[in-house]
Design a protein around this ligand. Sequence first.
Ligand code: SF4
Ligand code: SF4
Length: 485
Amino acid sequence: MDSELNRRDFLKKAGVIGGALSLAGAAAAGFGAGRSRDSYTGWGRTAYGGDQFFNRKPFLADKPTYVQTGTPRRIEYIEDLFKRLGELRRLMNATEGPRWTFDQGAEALPGPLRNYYREHPGALEQYKIALEKGREQRANWPEYENEFLLAEAYSSAHASFLSGSFPAQPQGPPEVSDFRGITETNLKLKSPRHGSDLIKQITHTFGASLVGICRLKQEWVTQGFLRGVGRTEFDVPAHWKYAVVIAVPHEWDSMYANPTYGNSYDAYSMLRFISGKLEVFIRKIGYSSRSHFPPTSYEIAMPPVAIDAGLGEQGRHGVLITPELGANTRLAAVTTDMPIEPDKPIDVGIKKFCDKCKICAEECPSGAISFAGRPDKDVRGYRRWGIDQEKCYTTWNSVATSHSRGCRICLAVCPYSRKRNWMHNIVRQVDPRDPTGLFASAMLTMQKKFFEYPGAQEYLPPPDGNNRTYLGPPKWLRTDEWFDI
Ligand code: SF4
Ligand code: SF4
């Protein structure tokens, strides 16, 4: 009896374990498939750091799950709620000719609308109720506006892309344009720390990879041209107190295939959206704001502001290098008078590493980057490595593709521009903690010995070079993978 019980117990447990194993197997398979680019799902990171995916391959069906009950036909525009109501509103607010009112009923409406409401009795009455509810909703809003301030601001920020030019270009001096559309509120932030935590969280949900905050130093504000005003010498507006600095990377694989397969605008377009939405959000919670984003919509110099905000250090190539994204870091900012807590700058040894590395200088086709052992140029009161902008721009115009007017080889070859994996994560953690510099030297030797670099001229088209890229292009950007050429 005992043994039978044990056996049954065993079988039961085995069943549970078997089930658990199957589930674990399914989960592992799903994990693998979901991470695969072929699965079309689960590529993106959520604002909370993880991938979300579902392996749909085991569930592929021969036909969709909707049910056909008659002869299908195309959708009439009038069947779309918002198009239908738009037509009705135009008739109700007509500026020429008689206006339609609910009292006239469906029979007084023009053809398609009349037919629709004939076939849907009660729908007009329902719309009338909805309009009355909308009026009540607006009248009751003062009762709720404090409670839902953030939800309303968040929604408005996302909805602002609907306006013709997004974000709205500044019109007039900053003292006017940066305050346009501000919500008047009697609410007081609990503390500057609450302010900065809130802004960072919101900005990450907008798609930012990195967010830092600094007090804005006067010397980082450009002079001579002010959006909304034009050519002018101007004092830094008093309300440009802080800069919220935002960073995103270029798509990694096309970035590695610079100069010919990379582009600048993948990151620029994201930055425009993120900073534009943040501008709207901040105004909707009661403070002034102005977004600054590439390629040319800014009044502040981005790398030093990002350094002040603790995002990283400036490399030999003049580009900001962050521990997370390396030189594959593109920047935007929002200036504001919202009381927020600034971050501290960081020193993770990047500048020291640049003293020895010089890979970007060796690979630069134009010779624009300095080879000096230490920063060698004084620019507006600060010392940095010199960059010859004209030579750099000449390379932009020399490489085989002009689609994005750029080169970006120095971003691609920089040893800090590495994707997230265990090996690179170890390097990221160990190097900044090694006071001797030996680890960095060993890494640099490995980098130069084991990784092939095409060589500066090879990136140029024939006869000077061979249109080489730092790493090979991703399959999805190779024309010959998809077209017969
Ligand atoms: S973008 Fe190209 S040409 Fe310009 S500095 Fe970088 S590597 Fe040199
Ligand atoms: S390639 Fe080397 S020298 Fe150039 S910025 Fe990167 S780490 Fe510094």
